[in-house]
Design a protein around this ligand. Structure first.
Ligand code: R5P
Length: 285
């Protein structure tokens, strides 16, 4: 039985179909005081079976729904509760960056752990965040699937990550695509929405470039990379990421920078979520 958070319904349905298990009817309510209630009133007794709760914690509300659905699954008698975090919110806050700061990723993991027996999360910013959970937790790699929507005949393609931390994602996309060079830029983050990129000396003139990252949040990183590639005469520039957060004006920022197309997965459900991570999750469930 799959129980879905309100923001992960498309992926949850795909996953249920992939696994051939029922998708629970879940109701989402908000009370006048702002409190949420995610419930599964029509689930038949789980009778000691397994419940899989699927919820990206891309917002605080989504985290609350996830905790409620874990609890509801136990109420229905689930023997095992598996939590799937297609996108784990706060994963990028994986250390205390200043004195007095929390390790937010650890705080989230500690909140989620008591209600579950196991956690799967797709391409967290660093796999080490899985160690913050107090139950077995595993990262699931989906980057290889990002090659699927790319045009079949890219011209002398270059797969580029905007910083060295996402180089493994660029490599996975290239490996799936089958051919092309891999390179990366250097990045320094100046603030939450400003980055400074130092380009590599890769010759991009006349070539198709696929820029890959784990997440597009404000779009500053990607739009900076796209602008540099345009200035250097790249032919077409495609942007791919696992988690298309696309906060605030990120989509417009990228469009204005001259990107050819943006592709992401359904870990965060957005209009660019062309690739489903359901098959890679199903393999691990
Ligand atoms: C950071 O290291 C990540 O891999 C992403 O590059 C970053 O979080 C993207 O953020 P934004 O879209 O706000 O530049």
């Amino acid at each position: 039985m799959i129980l879905s958070g309100s923001a992960s319904q498309v992926l949850a349905a795909e996953l249920a179909a992939e696994l051939g298990v029922p998708l629970a009817g879940v109701e989402y309510e908000r009370f006048p005081d702002g409190e949420l209630l995610a419930s599964a009133p029509e689930v038949a007794d789980l009778n000691g079976g397994r419940a899989v709760v699927v919820a990206s914690t891309a917002s605080s509300d989504a985290l609350v729904e996830l905790l409620q659905l874990q609890d509801a699954a136990r109420e229905w008698g689930a023997r095992e509760v598996v939590t799937v975090l297609p996108y784990m919110g706060y994963a990028r806050q994986d250390e205390a960056f200043e004195a007095g700061h929390p390790v937010s990723a650890r705080a989230m993991a500690r909140a989620i752990s008591p209600g579950t027996d196991r956690v799967l999360t797709v391409d967290p910013h660093e796999n080490a965040v899985c160690d913050f959970f107090e139950v077995p937790a595993e990262p699931v790699g989906a980057a290889g699937r990002l090659a699927e929507p790319l045009p079949a005949a890219l011209a002398d393609p270059l797969f580029l990550s905007p910083d060295d931390g996402a180089l493994d994602i660029a490599q996975a996309v290239r490996d799936s695509y089958g051919t092309g060079e891999v390179d990366y830029f250097e990045k320094e983050r100046l603030s939450g929405s400003e980055v400074e990129l130092s380009p590599s000396d890769a010759d991009v003139a006349g070539r198709d470039v696929v820029v890959t990252d784990d997440i597009i949040a404000t779009g500053s990183t990607m739009s900076g990379a796209v602008e540099i590639l345009q200035e250097r005469g790249a032919s077409r520039v495609f942007v791919t990421c696992v988690h298309p957060m696309l906060a605030a004006d990120a989509f417009s920022k990228l469009s204005r920078a001259g990107v050819g197309a943006i592709y992401g997965t359904d870990t965060i459900e957005r209009p660019v979520s062309e690739v489903s991570v359901a098959p890679v999750l199903a393999e691990r469930l």
